[in-house]
Design a protein around this ligand. Structure first.
Ligand code: GUN
Length: 299
């Protein structure tokens, strides 16, 4: 029998979706249809898949969504103008510009142009700043927010835990560290943020009660880097060539899952762990954006 230590992201996402659906129903009863606009620039294959999954989930939950696809060579100014229009449109509650953007477009400029009130990605400097300051009321980025929710709902003790985060990106690593070190219930962790210049990452990992792997290196976390009983969260999505696979590639995480699962206390499968939670948090952020913008706050 394999150890029953899986953190089922799909099941936990369904719990979050059920909560979101009841908030959508309350909004609709008050005459508000929550709405989310996706913007995709170019035809990055992964972005097409991700935006498609987000669209389908929004539809299932009763959130109206619309996707604008701009050509790869769209000038930055055109994208900024479109964002200005969406910011001013009171029928749009959430705006998501899918990353990565083409190289000639500056992501920081784009994310800073989305109204903080509609920034359901939590990437605007105002929302990033609120998270750093421990101020409530802002939007928390969806992937680290989803990891936090997975830990809480799986009963993992975060308070006082040694947490090692692998990867210092703005989308996952940095906000993850900010979430877990807050002076708050379900936080108060001792956080180590490792990155490409860190010395002896394995030694840091071996001390960890919780490892969050988000550096984008396939199978990086090996069994000898994991303390027996530790919780291991795999955020990685890496495409590796596989001639035997139908598409010629397959997706694997940052954790050597087969070797690590038997020693981990709890572990996310990948797929089926963090991914569904990212989408669940996006939907929850969108409903909150709609509640806040219309004064129909239910929580
Ligand atoms: N690309 C990878 N993850 C994300 C995300 O959470 N939001 C956006 N907008 N783009 C991404």
């Amino acid at each position: 029998m394999p150890p029953d230590n899986l953190i089922d992201g799909r099941a936990i996402a369904r719990e979050v979706h059920a909560e979101t659906e009841s908030r959508v129903a309350a909004l609709k009863e008050a005459g508000v249809e929550p709405s989310l606009v996706f913007i995709r620039v170019g035809e990055d294959p992964a972005s097409r898949v991700y935006v498609g999954m987000k669209e389908r989930t929004a539809a299932k939950l009763g959130i109206r969504s619309e996707t604008t696809v701009l050509p790869e060579d769209t000038p930055e100014s055109t994208l900024l103008k479109l964002l200005g229009k969406l910011n001013a449109d009171s029928s749009v509650h959430g705006i998501l510009v899918q990353a990565p953007l083409p190289r000639h477009i500056d992501e920081t400029t784009v994310f800073s142009t989305v109204s903080p009130a509609k920034d359901v990605d939590g990437f605007h400097p105002v929302n990033a700043g609120k998270l750093m300051l421990g101020e409530g009321g802002g939007f928390v980025p969806c992937t680290p927010g989803g990891v936090h929710e997975l830990l809480i709902r799986s009963g993992v003790t975060i308070e006082g835990a040694e947490v090692v985060i692998l990867g210092r990106g703005n989308i996952v690593g940095k906000p993850m560290a900010a979430i877990l070190c807050q002076k708050n219930k379900h936080a108060n962790a001792t956080v180590t943020l490792c990155h490409s210049r860190s010395r002896d990452v394995a030694a840091h990992c071996r001390r960890a009660d919780i490892i969050v792997a988000a550096m984008g290196v396939a199978g990086f976390v090996k069994v000898d880097m994991v303390k027996p009983g530790a919780t291991v969260i795999d955020v990685g999505v890496n495409r590796i060539d596989d001639p035997a696979a139908e598409k010629g590639y397959r997706l694997i995480g940052d954790v050597d899952f087969a070797a690590v699962q038997p020693v981990a206390g709890k572990i996310t499968p990948n797929p089926g762990g963090v991914g569904p939670m990212t989408i669940a948090m996006l939907m929850r952020n969108t409903v909150r954006a709609a509640e806040q913008q219309t004064g129909e706050v239910t929580r």
